[in-house]
Design a protein around this ligand. Sequence first.
Ligand SMILES: Cc1ncc(COP(=O)(O)O)c(C=O)c1O
Length: 499
Amino acid sequence: MLSSPHTRGIRGAVTVEENTESAIVDAACRLTQAIIEQNELKQSEIACMLFTVTQDLDAAFPAAGARKAGLTQTALMCTNEIPVADSLEKCIRVLTLVSTDLKQEEIRHVYLGKAAALRPDWVDSAETEALPTTTPPFPTPSFRPTILDILPYQPGKPISELKRERDLNDVIKLASNENPLGPSPKALKAIKNVLNSLHIYPDGSCFELRQKLAQRFNVDGTQLLFGNGSDEVIKMFGLTFLESGDKVLFCEPTFSEYTYATKLMGASKHTAPLADYAFDLNALLKAIDSSTKLIFVCNPNNPTGAYLNHADVAKFLDKVPEHVLVVFDEAYYEYVTAEDFVDSLSFVREGRNVAVLRTFSKIYGLAGLRIGYGVAPKHIAELVHRVREPFNVNALAQIGALAALDDEDHVEQSRRQNQAGKEYLYRELADLNLEFIPTQANFIFFDLDQNAGLVFEKLLDKGIICRKGEVFGCPTWLRVTIGTETENRRFISALKTIL
Ligand SMILES: Cc1ncc(COP(=O)(O)O)c(C=O)c1O
């Protein structure tokens, strides 16, 4: 399912205004950053960078600029260029060797400033104009190099953007696993009633919601951790437990925020492939060592929808050593129908080093409000509470979530619609001879057995946004959110036309 990396060369060049140390270092730093950003490289994928400089630049080594850009571990070398007559003056060139999943044609060579004239065939004109052609007036302040390893989150394309881009009126989004029925009507009503109080700060402790969920889950109120989406709760676990040198374990492909929280803290991620499309608990056990701090387990897994059962998780937890915290991300829990699905809260109640994350973004239909939560034993929750920002969950989210919990009709209808949509999509995908993974969530991951990026683009042309498997390292796969009956039919009919 995953493609294997290749060694590729990335070329780049930049011109420098003057032969001074700061001008050379800044230019090399910008060039390095642009190569990393435009090719979305991780530091660990860069084998080495070989710089050459024209002989009129001798005030500094450009490698210092690459170090400034955060490449503290990478092998770097600088040498003089052959002084050919009429060649571009004050120029730094670089060849970067990388081990990457990018195809040759996806590699972006980077030519900044006057150096753009060297390879006009490799330069995107829109970008060249936008790039600074002179040294910025102030040097870049130093920053935490670890952030260069973080790729900004790539969300599904918003409906408004696709409408603008392709001049479409009727667009549907089946990309972000939102509830196609919309928000809980009870939540909407409750929110409308409090709009006049928006000048007041929210309840920083989410008191009412805390009480309600504590009662529902039979835990103490102090065991609940609320966040601006469960995304924030994931980050809070990183902020609480991780430091440089710590190891975080999980399987891939999975939800991207575990990587984000790990890299943000300068910790290192160690991943294993999935087993039967769900997390491989045995592989995770084998990878544990004395530096392991956190294990994230996405269950059901995004993007595959496959799940872990109670017996397997119980056996796994019995073998996890005491210095490791296991965080179960159950964002899709309310959609699960498998009877043997793990009761992870039972381990929290036992006081094990286990936390469970859930969200109001999925079945409750409140993704736009941003509210999620974690449940953990007191000794863990007490630590995580310390890193929470004051008022991190807004007032409307708290009121909406409280009402949504009581909106049984909405939850039931959402489950029924999801089940019907799932069965319909299973039938149609099977008719098209496409391999799909049975799901416990509100999305289906399926294999097109061809470049899914092209099919994705053609679906966009027809006003349908889904999620490219490429984002998860599976370039022949697509993930589609189970929509309303009309949306599912439109998706299948478009897919049939395209295939
Ligand atoms: C597995 C998983 N965890 C967490 C989240 C984030 O949810 P929230 O909207 O609560 O931040 C998502 C969102 O898609 C998800 O798929």
